[in-house]
Design a protein around this ligand. Structure first.
Ligand code: GDP
Length: 440
């Protein structure tokens, strides 16, 4: 996410290191580079200029605080400004109304249907929400099909009316259907066009007037940069929407849309889409995003993701197994599945402070666990629960079955052994012992 921008900002801010104090001269060069980094990220020229002016005002004349050197101080000022630029505070969606009506708007291909599914899934997982998805694209039967596939995948009902060409009527009927069937959230996916045109605007405006949504979201592909901002403006003029959803932030996005949209339409970014799967949705937190842009990671989000997957009963069971020395390969496999559920590896690594920069040239893909999983799946149940029975001939068989080599099997067994020992030590009040071991 925003790799290029992160790198350039890092370089710009690095140049202040070693100076005792921020002054007109040394800050000018840094700010020139910051501005260039923003422009390269496709941030609007005026916004980039305002940004650096504001940073300059805050930076000049500041004495170096005891704990901060000029480089650090500048990073802090830039971080605060980036947070402000992206909206400052986190803003959630309005879930008022009975039912809550959420209207999706945006161009075709922006990711509306995918996001409608993600949001439905996100709200459904909150347990108290019974969601109804509504397909209003009367021009493309394929779009309704796509929504139905999504609905099936996440177990959410989809309302559509084959043959009805009137999206206003469909939306109104859908709300009636929701009321009659105990649904408390209605998400209306609308038809988009490839570019802004009057017909589309009139249609969405009519739906908007007819259903008076509690929340109107504008969905935009973050890869489109400045265009995203122009489209946002056009939709906002007609709909006065409540919030923005930035999709495809997992791609090679330069960052322009995320950084410019708030200034232009003065509406908060509420969610981001970070992948094609139904769980690739995140609430947008301007401060956390600023941290990520500046290579400081996003530990809070990482912990939240881990918590979402955390199952206390499972954890207790696991603890007992470790204590009894019964942690086997099946448990290991389970742990890998849990990690994978937290999101794509690239995304997770980006949340670890400094890791994004350190690993920027390493190709991290989600197949990283494939070899390990294949090896474990080639083991018999006995081998999985009692790894000590795995002798040389069994290793050969496992390697063959998993399409790997005996070396790879050995490596996994060694890692597994080390991990089991470490877990046992951490369990049995062995924190102290481990510290001693680490000190040598
Ligand atoms: P719509 O025409 O606005 O409904 O757009 P779709 O939901 O059909 O999305 C268009 C394409 O973008 C599809 O291939 C989606 O899988 C893809 N897509 C949507 N959101 C994301 C995202 O956050 N990340 C990535 N990588 N792809 C996405």
């Amino acid at each position: 996410m925003f790799n290029n921008l992160s790198e350039k900002l890092d370089k710009a801010l690095h140049s202040l290191k070693g100076h005792g104090k921020i002054n007109e001269v040394n800050v000018a060069e840094t700010l020139k580079e910051v501005r260039r980094a923003l422009l390269d990220a496709d941030v609007n020229f005026k916004i980039a200029k305002q940004f650096t002016n504001s940073v300059k005002e805050k930076a000049i004349g500041q004495d170096v605080l005891t704990t901060l050197n000029p480089g650090q101080l500048m990073v802090k000022i830039v971080k605060d400004e980036l947070t402000e630029l992206m909206g400052g505070d986190t803003v959630g969606i309005n879930l008022g109304g009975s039912p809550t009506v959420i209207l999706m708007s945006g161009l075709q291909g922006s990711g509306k249907t995918t996001f409608s599914g993600k949001l439905a899934n996100y709200l459904k997982n909150k347990k108290t929400k019974q969601v109804l998805l509504v397909g209003c694209d009367v021009y493309r039967p394929a779009a309704i099909n796509q929504l139905q596939v999504v609905g099936e995948q996440i177990g959410v009902e989809v309302y559509a009316e084959v043959g009805n060409q009137n999206p206003v009527e469909i939306s109104q009927n859908a709300i009636k259907h929701a009321k009659a069937n105990g649904k408390n959230v209605v998400i209306i996916d609308t038809a988009g066009r490839l570019a802004v045109d009057e017909e589309m605007m009139t249609e969405i405006s009519n739906i908007h007037k007819a259903v008076t949504p509690n929340e109107t979201l504008f969905v935009v592909d973050s890869m489109t940069g400045q265009d995203a901002v122009n489209t946002a403006k056009a939709f906002n003029d007609v709909l006065n929407f409540d919030g923005v959803v930035l999709t495809k932030l997992d791609g090679d996005t330069r960052g322009g849309a995320a950084l410019s949209i708030k200034s232009v339409v003065d509406k908060p970014i509420k969610f981001i889409g970070t992948g094609e799967k139904m769980d690739a949705i995140d609430v947008f937190h301007p401060n956390r995003m600023a941290d990520r842009i500046l290579g400081m990671g996003d530990v809070v989000s990482l912990v939240e993701r881990a918590q979402e997957q955390y199952d206390e009963a499972e954890a207790r069971k696991l603890q007992k197994k470790i204590a009894k020395n019964q942690f086997g390969f099946d448990d290991f496999l389970n742990q890998i599945q849990q990690i994978k559920k937290m999101g794509s590896m690239k995304d997770l690594v980006g949340m670890i402070p400094g890791a994004g920069k350190a690993l920027k040239d390493v190709d991290i893909d989600d197949d990283a666990f494939k070899g390990i999983e294949a090896i474990i799946r080639s083991m018999t149940p006995e081998e999985r629960s009692k790894p000590s029975v795995i002798n040389a001939s069994r290793k050969k068989r496992i390697a063959k079955g998993s399409g790997t080599s005996v070396q790879e099997v050995n490596q996994l067994m060694k890692q597994f052994d080390q991990m089991s020992k470490m877990m046992k030590m951490m369990q049995g009040g062995g924190g102290k012992r481990m510290m001693q071991m680490m000190r040598g």
